[in-house]
Design a protein around this ligand. Structure first.
Ligand SMILES: [Zn+2]
Length: 383
């Protein structure tokens, strides 16, 4: 009886705190979180050990910096690179015109939910085969001697699955929700010697679209943070993207003289009044373009272009693909470091000349609650 009361309380709180959930969806959410957590706890030792064999197909890059930005709620069609009427991202647009930034006009999110997309980007799980087969890409970096670190201003690090997937990071730092407060820490990490892989996850454009410095980034006015209603809500949303662009400018300034790559992938999109829906609401467990088509770009420095001609040529070719997805992240990161394990797929490596466009496009709708990760027993190798 007590357990029943506890469940009613927890579910009630979830629905109260996140009005986009119904009780049924809150139930599905908890069931899935429970299943995922159980898997990660059961496999913790194997995930930690990660003795999956791999080879380096070419030598490791020298003194490289890879900045991986897990974005929040930014849809593809609210940036000028993808034809938006407002110039929300003047810096990205300038880099795009210069040929240093490749913006994928159509990139499909694994799922309209932060932690699931984070887990999928980090592991072998793909949209058509959401199966986790290894410990994610991070342990391979550690085993190769690449220093990996993360700065979190969003809350994804609190999810147990992500805690376990990121255990091999050498450093983790936490800042408040304002993205710019993370910059001094990121600068310190970028400037350390050797090969650096730096992850950043922030609050970005999460509802209610108020995590930006109002004095600096109130470009579109008036704004409304309390009710999802009309153009004033969209103004606030676009201001968060203006703020993101300024953050990107600071990172590019830190990276521009290095052999560096900046990969940005939003976790999911956002509904802004389509069919009368806002945030992810009723779309949460369904397929809908606005919540699945995300901002996804790769920026490279001039030094990267010079020192990595083949990878740059491959990226330039891939930049014209009509569609990619979150599936590409795991393979592109391993590919950047020339790490090949049995799961690596060159078709999904944007730095490989053999990469191919995503063909599933927007996968057909999945009935509510049926979408979840499947897990393959991680094998313990004798090596
Ligand atoms: Zn999110």
């Amino acid at each position: 009886m007590n357990i029943l009361l506890l469940l009613v309380f927890i579910f009630g709180f979830k629905v109260y705190a996140y009005p986009q959930y119904t009780y049924y969806m809150a139930g599905v959410f908890f069931h899935r979180a429970y299943t995922n957590t159980l898997y990660f706890v059961k496999n913790y030792e194997l995930i930690k050990k990660n003795n999956e064999p791999f080879v380096l197909s070419k030598p490791l890059p020298q003194n490289s910096t890879f900045f991986f930005h897990i974005g929040e709620s930014v849809r593809a069609d609210h940036v000028p690179m993808n034809g938006y009427k407002r110039n929300t991202t003047p810096v990205m647009f300038r880099e795009f015109k210069k040929g240093n930034l490749f913006c994928f006009s159509r990139a499909i999110s694994f799922w309209p939910q932060t932690s699931d997309s984070f887990v999928a980007m980090s592991t072998t799980a793909s949209i058509s085969e959401p199966v986790i087969k290894d410990s994610g890409f991070l342990p391979y970096l550690k085993r190769t001697g690449i220093k990996s670190s993360a700065v979190f201003s969003g809350g994804a690090h609190k999810v147990l699955a992500i805690k376990l997937l990121t255990f091999s990071l050498e450093e983790q730092h936490f800042t408040n929700k304002r993205a710019h407060t993370a910059l001094p820490q990121i600068e310190q990490l970028i400037n350390s010697q050797g090969n650096n892989f730096i992850m950043y996850q922030g609050e970005g454009s999460h509802e209610p679209y108020e995590t930006y410095d109002k004095e600096l980034f109130s470009v579109y006015m008036p704004v409304n943070f309390t009710n999802n209603a009309d153009e004033t809500t969209i103004n606030a949303y676009d201001n968060t993207i203006v703020c993101l662009d300024d953050f990107v400018k600071h990172i590019i300034d830190m990276l521009k003289d290095k052999n560096a790559v900046y990969l940005y992938a939003s976790d999911h999109g956002e509904a802004l009044g389509e069919d009368g829906k806002w945030n992810r609401q009723a779309f949460l467990y369904k397929t809908h373009d606005v919540v699945r088509n995300i901002l996804f770009f790769i920026w490279v420095s001039d030094k990267f272009k010079m020192e990595n001609a083949a990878k740059f040529a491959a990226l330039r070719r891939a930049g014209k693909f009509p569609c990619i997805s979150h599936d590409y992240v795991y393979h592109t990161i391993l590919g950047f470091y020339n790490i090949k394990n049995k799961f690596y797929n060159e078709k999904l490596d944007l730095f490989s000349e053999k990469s191919e466009p995503f063909t599933d496009n927007l996968p057909s709708s999945v009935p509510a609650g049926l979408r979840k990760f499947k897990f393959e027993q991680i094998q313990q190798s004798n090596q």
